[in-house]
Design a protein around this ligand. Structure first.
Ligand SMILES: [Zn+2]
Length: 294
């Protein structure tokens, strides 16, 4: 009898143990949410909130220019598997490729993470006229406070897809938001002595940064297009009168033509990468490189 009870006990323990194991298996093997994003920083935002519950694929590789990149055949499998596409909002790639992506995966949920952001306008001349969406400046991620809005939108969507993990997503989002606030205050303090200074760029990627931190962006590509002769003359006199020392050039836009423009303007080229994956490194290095060269 004792032996029988002992064996029965063993059976129960084994049963419970495998039961637990099964439960754990189911728990940990909850299918990861397959996410598409357009650019690297966006992948970082989604990973900060989703943690190990998400699998993120970046559609525009870091070395490519999101203004001209188009989908490669290799990316089709990732698109087919994806549950959601978190867009940065109004990037040229998102405008031109979204319909192709939707054709590959018709059930794909597309979310614009910059909903709720007040857009800069490339072509806006009169404050009273509303900016047409075609003229929205899409480089929103270079203002950490706008990244907080993006994080909120990403969080809400992930909770909708996997409500069981709400607590985890929420704690990730809150931690990320706090870090963004600290980053924002740090950059504001560093920029404070440089208020009103001009930042000459080739591609107008720094508008959200300069607006937010009290600097002024002047771009060679006027409203995203190549400059006219008259415009170049205006730039030339601005460079002389404001003693501008540098032309800030986004890594993805380097070309010999820009080098000769810089020589003619008498400024040095300073290369930076606004598409780095680690957002905090990106912003700290960007701030450092701009302020050093003003
Ligand atoms: Zn751009």
């Amino acid at each position: 009898m004792k032996k029988y009870l002992f064996l029965l006990g063993l059976v129960i323990i084994v049963f419970l143990a495998t039961g637990c194991l099964n439960f754990q298996d189911q728990h940990t093997s909850f299918k990861k949410i397959n996410v598409l994003v357009t650019i690297n920083p966006q992948a970082y935002f989604v990973q900060r909130i989703g943690g190990d519950k998400v699998q993120v694929t970046v559609l525009v590789p870091q070395e490519f220019n999101p203004a001209t990149y188009s989908l490669s055949v290799k990316q089709i499998e990732a698109i087919k598997k994806a549950d959601i596409y978190f867009q940065s909002g109004h990037l040229p790639f998102e405008k031109t490729e979204s319909s192709k992506i939707k054709k590959i995966n018709p059930s794909l949920n597309i979310v614009d993470t910059s909903q709720g952001i007040s857009w800069r306008c490339f072509a806006k001349k009169n404050q009273e006229i509303e900016c047409p969406p075609k003229d929205y400046d899409p480089h929103v991620w270079l203002n950490p406070l706008f990244v907080k809005i993006q994080a909120e939108n990403i969080y809400k969507t992930l909770v909708k897809i996997n409500p069981k993990e709400k607590k985890i997503f929420l704690s990730h989002k809150e931690k990320f938001s706090k870090e963004l606030d600290i980053l924002d205050k740090k950059i504001a303090k560093l920029c404070a002595p440089y208020q009103g200074k001009f930042v000459l760029v080739y591609h107008p990627v720094l508008g959200y940064f300069t607006d937010h931190y009290g600097l002024k962006q002047v771009a060679l590509q006027k409203e995203g297009k190549e400059p006219s002769l008259q415009y170049m003359e205006d730039i030339f006199s601005l460079v002389k009168s404001k003693k501008i020392k540098a032309l800030f050039l986004q890594k993805q836009f380097q070309s010999p033509a820009i080098k000769s423009v810089a020589e003619k303007l008498g400024v040095k080229i300073v290369v930076f990468d606004p598409l780095r994956k680690d957002y905090f490194l990106l912003m700290e290095e960007l701030t450092d490189i701009i302020l050093k060269n003003l």
